[in-house]
Design a protein around this ligand. Structure first.
Ligand code: FAD
Ligand code: DHB
Length: 405
């Protein structure tokens, strides 16, 4: 039974960072939106994911009015280290290209967005089941869902698919109307969160003969660390002691000596994947964030891409309502994809550079040579730094070339 039909301008499916931020950005420009999320708010806040924000992402969060705690608690990092053969080489981000990154957990950013939305009284429905999209090809789309056993329907002008890689929005589009690009890597990342002060000042990405490891952090009292693991491995098989032993072996002696094998408060395995769907607009349905593309986590780009997508989407919707023209909406796909593919390339490059791949001696030598080239060349370091801190949101390749000329 349908209990009630309501109306809004935009239905946003998914209350991850993409959906919540889009809701805030739209509210700022006077566009009404309802967010439908299949999980509970606590579940969404319990997921431990990304931790590094690009400067452009921080600017978008400022623009959305949700950066106060980020500025108070986020950690500014002016460099990042690459470990190889027991030595560490620093990529001096600020010195090389005048920019920094901010360490601030996705969980904290999500909490800030949820609080801003609650404070504004904007409408979010958590634990919405069976979210189904209708008529998104035409001009009067609808979304139905079940909540507390009752079926609801919302009619709207647009649907924003911010429901992640496994969501319903991309799956609603017939396969012959889109093109997908995919690469699956033959390993995953095992991540551990621990309440212990980080014994490193900046992030360390380590390429070791035993596989990749990453030393990261969430705050001055909390570390986040990862080791490359097999796709068939199970979290239950990794005791805390086993994790820290492996992490220390991969990080080299100096970091190993300083690392406290603290108890984990979260431990999970994530597979690594590159994925892009094209286009991102299907009539009145727009895909954004992980619903549209996935990067392997090595470049710390996933969350940042979700932010740039919804920034572009809110601008397109704002201009559509102001000017009653379709063109801003038409440009959404190309604006996003220019940035998405550059982040895909960088994440693939960093993944290839730092992980242990099943492969021949030639591939291993090429990897070693690429690392040595990076350590020796200020140009190579600048290129890495430029991508790591994030390409400008409005990066237009031809404009940049014209500027250089
Ligand atoms: P999501 O955060 O996935 O949010 C989508 C939301 O939609 C979820 O809340 C989901 O419950 C909801 N949803 C799904 N289906 C439906 C439905 N049918 N109806 C209603 N709601 C639905 N990036 C990094 O940069 N570094 C990392 O270390 C890192 N680690 C990660 C680890 C894991 C396990 C995963 C999955 C991702 C990781 N990422 C990482 C990527 C980063 O977290 C994502 O890019 C980011 O969360 C994308 O945000 P999003 O809002 O697009 O998608
Ligand atoms: C973290 C995750 C990443 O994928 C990355 O490249 C850097 C940091 C983190 O979880 O802290």
């Amino acid at each position: 039974m349908t209990s009630r039909t309501t109306r809004t301008q935009v239905v946003i499916v998914g209350a991850g960072p993409a959906g919540l931020l889009l809701g805030e950005l739209l509210r700022k420009v006077g566009i009404d939106a309802v967010i439908l999320e299949q999980r509970s708010a606590d579940y969404v806040l319990g997921r431990i994911r990304a931790g590094v924000l690009e400067q452009g992402t921080v600017q978008v969060l400022e623009h959305a009015g949700v950066a106060a705690r980020l500025h108070a608690e986020g950690l500014t990092h002016e460099g990042v280290e690459i470990g190889f053969h027991g030595h560490r080489h620093r990529i001096a981000l600020r010195e090389l290209i005048g920019k920094t990154v901010t360490v601030y957990g996705q969980t904290e950013m999500t909490r800030d967005l949820m609080e801003a939305r609650n404070a504004s009284g904007a409408h979010s429905i958590y634990e919405a089941e069976d979210v189904t999209l209708h008529d998104w090809r035409g001009t009067t789309p609808r979304v139905t869902y079940r909540h507390l056993g009752v079926t609801h329907e919302i009619s709207c002008d647009f649907i924003a698919g911010c429901d992640g890689f496994h969501g319903v929005c991309r799956r609603s589009i017939p396969a012959d109307q889109m093109q997908t690009f995919e690469r699956i890597y033959p390993f995953g990342w095992l991540g551990v969160l621990s309440d212990v002060p980080p014994p490193w000042k900046e992030l360390i990405y380590a390429n070791s003969a035993r596989g990749f490891a990453l030393a990261s952090m969430r705050s001055p009292t909390r570390v986040r660390c990862y080791v490359q693991c097999g796709l068939d491995e199970r979290v239950e098989d990794w005791s805390d002691a086993r994790f820290w032993d492996e992490f220390r072996l991969r990080m080299g002696e100096e970091i190993a000596d300083r690392t406290m094998p603290a108890p984990s408060i979260e431990k999970s395995i994530a597979p690594l994947r590159s994925f892009v769907v094209e286009p991102l607009r299907f009539g009145r349905l727009f895909l954004a964030g992980d619903a549209a593309h996935i990067v392997p986590p090595t470049g710390a780009k996933g969350l940042n891409l979700a932010v740039s997508d919804v920034f572009y989407l809110h601008e397109a919707l704002r201009d559509y309502y102001r000017e009653q023209r379709d063109e801003p909406l038409d440009r959404y796909t190309s604006r996003c994809l220019r940035r998405v593919w550059k982040a895909e390339r960088f994440s693939w490059w960093m993944t290839r550079l730092l992980h242990l791949f099943p492969g021949d001696a030639f591939s291993r030598r090429i990897q070693q040579t690429e690392l040595e080239y990076l350590f020796d060349s200020r140009f190579a370091q600048s290129s890495m730094a430029e991508n790591y801190v994030g390409l400008p949101l409005d990066y237009e390749a031809h404009e940049a070339r014209a500027h250089v000329a």
